[in-house]
Design a protein around this ligand. Sequence first.
Ligand code: IMP
Length: 179
Amino acid sequence: MSSYYPGEILISRDKISCRVRELAAEIEKDFDGEPLLFIGVLKGSVIFLSDLARCLNSKVPVELDFLAVSSYGSSTKSSGVVKITKDLDEEITGRRVLIVEDIVDTGLTLHYLTSILGERSPKEIRICSLLDKPERRQVKIDINYRGFEIPDEFVVGYGLDFSGRWRNLPDIHVLRTTS
Ligand code: IMP
């Protein structure tokens, strides 16, 4: 019987930490002094969001909120079915929001989220994703702040899981299977 395990490191903790600081600098420049609501998509974005938020200087007044959407379960392929399982606590009408995601794969999750959140009339919705897997995209997504483009591999670590596991790994690994 084959089993899955975190294989070679695709992106090291040092590279992640440098890139997170660069993304924070871009966000600071764009939102200089303007209030911003981070919307973290649970659970994959939690580690990235915490690091990103702590890299921002105190000139950007940031608030944090979270929502959860249905995810892949134990499969590595998208079901294409997305639904909100935990909604925001905050109202977003008239506010500038930044959706913080771990990875954009098919794009279906963000396509759905931006349309649902757009109906609540925010002043602006921007997207920040640590990873971008463009080869599998099914719908166009404008990612305003993107950490790394990666090939079509399933990855775990730094918040990303397979069947609930390996979110706590500090580096990002390619998921491998024993044969
Ligand atoms: P999308 O809707 O296909 O863009 O998928 C977005 C979600 O799928 C992400 O927020 C992740 O939860 C999950 N996902 C996609 N690719 C990976 C991966 O390589 N590792 C872990 N989770 C992934």
